[in-house]
Each structure stands twice: as structure tokens, then as C-alpha cells.
Design a protein around this ligand. Structure first.
Ligand SMILES: C[S@@+](CC[C@H](N)C(=O)[O-])C[C@H]1O[C@@H](n2cnc3c(N)ncnc32)[C@H](O)[C@@H]1O
Length: 296
């Protein structure tokens, strides 16, 4: 396991040795070395098991073995999440020909481990221009739906609420309104840095700002090009990057070291959208964090 020191210090945050590191190693092995209840948000997209050739690794396990392996990774992850900590799992639909409801199967596995499934976000990739696989063109015989989207399945450990200092929330009112609409139209990443499946930064920025406070710890145990670490550093969070590929770790290290923390001023106290303001002012009802309306 190799470490690198990048160590940004978010305002008010205390840097600890295990944070802000690139860990070269197996996800489960590295997770086992991290302190329990230390991570506020994990964001990842696991190898998809579609036979994609990652550097030094081919992902083509039998489906049940693949699910069992990921369950072991999620178990190791669950230990390091703080109470109320979140896990955002990006997963793409499988191929049309060998379709499997992988997002259902992964969600089932995570819920069986006791995690709360809080939502699913549709990441619409706007790639329909490139489509070729129509199936039976203009015939009901066997037409194909082409997956132009991916899922981001979001879970919480133990409870819905993440304790934290509200002054360390850095999401603007406009961003909050936009991100809380679960249909996210974001083009896929085009700069691949030799990697077959990098995250677009915009996707990760939304998750980091929506689900964490400044100074929190954000982890990706299948870190690839390092997008999660870069975005976490930029937005004054700590990061933990894990990948078994020395090649991707080296590329991620360079990218992380080149990233500067944002100098954006902290946002002003949020003003609730007009509909919520009205209800609050009336002193009758307000929506809680789970979309339920409660009496006040
Ligand atoms: C789908 S990619 C993740 C891409 C990443 N989200 C990005 O923005 O670049 C999956 C990554 O998992 C890594 N990987 C595969 N098996 C692993 C394991 N057992 N432990 C840690 N990393 C692994 C691969 O090297 C690959 O970079």
C-alpha cells in the first residue's frame, strides 16, 4: 500500500494522517485499515463486470460472485461510515442483450446490510445522438430502449441525518433547488486520462455539496482518475482515494497535487424557496429532510 501526502487543510478541519491520501491497494484491504466511523460520504462507481480492461485488471466475474464480492466491499465500507454517513453508488444499466437489473440487485444487497436507501438519482448523459442499437426499427417485434442514463443510488448508515455545523454547509439556495430535482442532465466526461470510465466533475460536485459539510471526509474506494478526491479537495473536504492500479494512482496523485482549494467565499445563509418560506412564516407546516411534511 503506497501513500502520498497532499494534505489540504479545510477551514476549521484538523488534518489526520490517514486522510488526504492516495492508497494503492485492494479496496477491502485498505478500508480495513481506516478508523471506524470516520467517513461522511463515499462516492464510487465499481468495476462494472462488463469485461472492461482496466489497467492490470479485467472485470469479468460470474454475476453472483461479482455481487458477493461487492457485498464484502460494502460491509467494509459500512464500518468506516459515520452514523448518518452517506454512500452514493453510481451504476450503469447493463447491456441490452444481456440485460440484468443490476441496480436492483446492488440496492437489495446494500439494504440487506442494514443501510437505508434514501433515493435514486437519474444521471441523464445526453448521449442519444450517438445511438446505433435500435433493435427492430419501427416495429414492435423487438425494439430496444437504449440506456442514455446511469443511476446514482444513495444510502445512509443508521439514520437520515448527518450531524454537522450548519455554518459549514456551502450549497447555495439555487444549487439546492437544482440538485434536489433528482434528474441530473450532465454530459459524460470526455477527458479520460487513459481510463475507460471517469466521472464528470459536475456529478461529484453536486453530491459533495448536497450531502456533506466543509471539513467532512469523502472517500472513493475505486478511485480511478481521482475525480472524487479532486472535487473533495477543491471544496474544502478531506479525501481518501483507493485504487489497486499503480498507473491510475500515479495519474490521480498528479491531478490531486495540481488541484487548488476553491477560494469561493462561503455562501450567505440560505433563504428557503418561496413556497417553503410561506409555510414556515405561517407557523403551520415545514418539510423535513425526508420530504415528509410535519406540523410545527
Ligand atoms: C469504474 S472505475 C472508477 C472510475 C472513477 N469513478 C473515475 O472517475 O475515474 C473502477 C476502478 O476500480 C479499480 N479497481 C478494480 N478492482 C479494484 C479493487 N479490488 N480494489 C480497488 N480498486 C479496484 C480499477 O482500477 C478502476 O480504476
Amino acid at each position: 500500500m503506497a501513500l502520498t501526502s497532499t494534505s489540504p487543510r479545510p477551514p476549521g478541519g484538523v488534518s489526520q494522517e490517514w486522510q488526504d491520501q492516495v492508497y494503492e491497494g485492494d479496496a477491502q484491504d485498505v478500508l480495513a485499515t481506516l478508523p471506524a466511523e470516520s467517513v461522511h460520504l463515499a462516492v464510487t462507481s465499481p468495476p462494472y463486470n462488463l469485461g472492461i480492461q482496466y489497467a492490470g485488471y479485467s472485470d469479468d466475474l460470474a454475476y453472483e460472485k461479482y455481487l458477493a464480492w461487492l457485498r464484502d466491499v460494502w460491509t467494509a465500507l459500512s464500518r468506516v461510515l459515520v452514523p448518518g454517513g452517506r454512500f452514493a453508488l453510481n451504476v450503469a444499466p447493463t447491456s441490452i442483450k444481456d440485460f440484468r437489473p443490476i441496480h436492483h440487485d446492488l440496492a437489495r444487497g446494500l439494504r440487506d446490510l442494514g443501510l437505508i436507501m434514501r433515493t435514486e438519482i437519474i444521471w441523464y448523459k445526453q448521449t442519444m445522438g450517438r445511438r446505433t442499437a435500435w433493435g427492430s426499427w419501427r416495429s414492435p417485434s423487438n425494439p430496444h430502449i437504449v440506456p442514455s442514463w446511469e443511476y446514482v443510488l444513495v444510502f445512509s448508515k443508521g439514520g437520515w441525518h448527518l450531524p454537522g455545523d450548519r455554518a459549514q454547509a456551502d450549497i447555495s439556495g439555487r444549487e439546492f433547488e437544482q440538485f434536489s430535482d433528482g434528474f441530473w442532465a450532465i454530459p459524460p466526461e470526455r477527458r479520460r486520462n487513459g481510463h475507460p470510465a471517469p466521472f464528470p466533475e459536475a456529478l461529484i460536485e453536486r453530491l459533495v455539496k448536497f450531502y456533506t459539510y466543509r471539513g467532512n471526509v469523502v472517500l472513493d474506494m475505486f478511485g480511478g482518475t481521482g475525480t472524487v478526491a479532486v472535487v473533495a479537495k477543491r471544496w474544502h473536504r478531506h479525501f481518501v482515494y483507493i485504487d489497486r492500479s499503480p498507473e491510475y494512482c500515479a495519474a490521480a496523485r498528479i491531478r490531486i497535487n495540481e488541484t487548488r482549494a476553491s477560494s469561493a467565499p462561503s455562501v450567505k445563509p440560505r433563504i428557503a424557496p418561496s413556497s417553503t418560506r410561506r409555510t414556515r412564516a405561517s407557523g403551520t407546516t415545514a418539510a423535513d429532510g425526508q420530504g415528509r411534511v410535519a406540523s410545527r
